[in-house]
Write a protein that binds this ligand. Structure first.
Ligand code: CTP
Ligand code: MG
Length: 233
């Protein structure tokens, strides 16, 4: 089955408040985007990559892809106003003949190869797959005043990561239905498949190292993680 990765790097990183979108900041000499792309480039189950970037950084991304020899990148496209729009742009650009797509947040730059493999493996028998983590802290629900309304049953709660995997026709349909509804703020792609009940969404184990870089402190953690991997290699 031929599979492409759609890498979403079209955000502006408002919460990070960096000198440029966080995915272009470097740790140990490589941008987060390059580190992320190299994980997919190096995975034998990925046949091609579609990269979605802010319009202002298209050239920068293209130069990096060439310099770093990320030969699987087939297209670099300007993103949309929301993550969902950027994802729609990527999904719409999937080349003909593709059966599966993995959609991944560039902000999870350190994505371990094992997660890519786990999602690909589950996709053989499923149409939509998400990696998840157990919740380690007590989770509560609150009322409008901020008072605790319920202590939630942690055993059925999970935190959602990317890459999420899909049969191309399922995620295409999900995005088309969202556009028809005028809904554009999904935080991830499986949410759309669930919203329109298009397929069961299967979970596979995520990885605590697959952190999303949101704030500057996350970059410090990512750098430490990267250094420890290099040291132990
Ligand atoms: N993303 C995107 N297009 C957008 C918004 C987000 O491709 N219009 C991507 C981001 O580049 C990121 C992923 O979606 O890799 C997850 O988004 P998030 O971590 O929220 O990144 P930003 O939206 O850039 O950050 P913020 O919400 O703080 O502005
Ligand atoms: Mg965002």
């Amino acid at each position: 089955m031929s599979t492409i990765a759609i890498i979403l790097a079209g955000g502006s990183g408002e919460r990070f408040q960096g000198p440029m979108p966080k995915q272009f900041l470097k740790i140990a000499g490589r941008s987060l985007l390059q580190i992320c792309l190299e994980q997919f480039q190096g995975h034998s189950g990925i046949d091609g990559i579609v990269l979605v970037c802010p319009a202002a950084q298209l050239d920068l991304a293209g130069e990096m892809v060439t310099a770093a020899h990320i030969s699987k990148v087939q297209k670099i496209l300007p993103g949309g106003k929301t993550r969902q729009e950027s994802s729609f742009i990527g999904v719409s650009a999937a080349p003909p003949g593709i059966e599966n797509v993995l959609i991944h947040d560039a902000a999870r730059a350190l994505v371990p190869a094992g997660i890519i493999a786990g999602v690909l493996e589950a996709l053989v028998h499923s149409r939509a797959v998400m990696p998840v983590l157990k919740v380690n802290d007590t989770a509560i629900g609150i009322d409008e005043a901020g008072t605790v309304a319920a202590v939630l049953d942690r055993s059925i709660l999970r935190l959602v990561q990317t890459p999420q995997g899909f049969r191309i026709e399922i995620i295409r349909r999900a995005h088309e239905m969202a556009r028809a509804e005028g809904f554009s703020h999904a935080g991830d792609d499986c949410s759309l498949v669930l919203r329109y009940r298009l397929a069961p969404v299967v979970t596979v184990p995520g990885d605590p190292n697959n952190i999303k870089i949101t704030y500057p402190s996350d970059l410090i953690v990512a750098e430490a993680m990267l250094n420890s991997v290099t040291r132990n290699a």
